[in-house]
Design a protein around this ligand. Structure first.
Ligand code: ADE
Length: 304
């Protein structure tokens, strides 16, 4: 997987030489280039931002600098976009989406991020005002050949930048990593990059460790709690069943704990479960937790 990151702080990504990501680079699984956006400026101050049109605090990243950079990295020619958001001519045809419906993508339509493209190249902008990045997105993006991340700073980037590249047929995504505001996209890119690349075959030392994790697979449950030795530490024991050697009982205990923790912490995830996929034992546990499980998805009964 080829990864390009554009940032005004490319050194931030030096950490990618460490740990599993560093190993994945040495093994040739991923190839990462962090580019300095200021390399595409032409003025003496290397400025990348300007005041917001319409007024307001802070600065907004300028489209011209981003476009010069992204055109270069994507191998695109500059074009004009008409009032319908369509680009003139056909010069950037290699980035045309696999399906016609993709050309209807707009920045405001979160459903438009459905995987209609061929995942050759995906351009990603972290943005606190975008749809949430989830494990499902990480899984989908782990199949891309090339990922390009654009890190915004200040009050963000000119909204025409992602729109323009969509009009060129590029698969452009905008994601938030959570309901809080960071100083820039660098941390968000690191988070997304780790979530995506650890799913690449050969990335993890022990590939089994990603199979049972929270949010993995078609159902997303919080994971059961983990313990290691000693069995008693500072007077605190581990649940007896985990020491029983009975794998069936251990599996059931862990599954029940996953259901109970998800019920307590993220009931929205329980509501998304598919009742038809649940075992009889799962349904019994959910009913004991106050869920009704006879419809398509569990429904919480009123609890005192
Ligand atoms: N940039 C600033 N805050 C962010 C967030 N929560 N997610 C993604 N990008 C961001």
């Amino acid at each position: 997987m080829q990864i390009d990151i554009v940032s005004v702080f490319p050194e931030y990504f030096d950490v990618l030489n460490l740990s599993l990501f560093g190993k994945a680079q040495s093994k040739g699984l991923v190839s990462v280039h962090a580019h300095n956006l200021r390399d595409w400026t032409h003025d003496v101050h290397h400025s990348v931002d300007d005041t917001p049109v319409g007024g307001g605090a802070g600065m907004v990243m300028k489209p011209e600098v981003w476009a010069e950079c992204l055109d270069d990295l994507l191998g695109l020619e500059p074009r004009e976009v008409n009032a319908d958001g369509e680009s003139d001519g056909t010069g950037n045809a290699e980035h045309q989406p696999a399906s016609d419906s993709a050309s209807a993508d707009t920045a405001s339509d979160s459903d438009s991020q459905a995987p209609v493209h061929n995942l050759d190249t995906v351009l990603i902008f972290p943005n606190p005002s975008a749809p949430l990045f989830t494990q499902r997105d990480a899984t989908e993006l782990s199949h891309a050949k090339r990922l390009m991340f654009g890190c915004g700073r200040y009050e963000g980037y000119d909204a025409r930048i992602p729109e323009y590249y969509r009009a060129q047929g590029v698969d452009v995504r905008e994601y938030s990593i959570g309901d809080y505001v960071l100083n820039g996209g660098e941390v968000a890119v690191s988070v997304m990059l780790e979530a995506i690349t650890r799913l690449l075959p050969g990335f993890m030392g022990n590939p089994e460790s990603i199979v049972e994790e929270s949010y993995t697979g078609s159902e997303a449950l919080l994971e059961h709690r983990q313990y290691t030795r000693p069995a008693v530490w500072r007077g605190m024991g581990v649940p007896d069943v985990l020491l029983s050697g009975d794998h069936g009982k251990v599996d059931r205990f862990r599954r029940d704990e996953a259901l109970a923790r998800t019920d307590a912490i993220r009931p929205d995830l329980i509501e998304q479960l598919d009742c038809a996929q649940l075992s009889k034992a799962d349904r019994k546990t959910l009913m004991a937790l106050g869920w009704e499980v006879s419809a398509e998805h569990p429904r919480r009964l009123n609890r005192e």
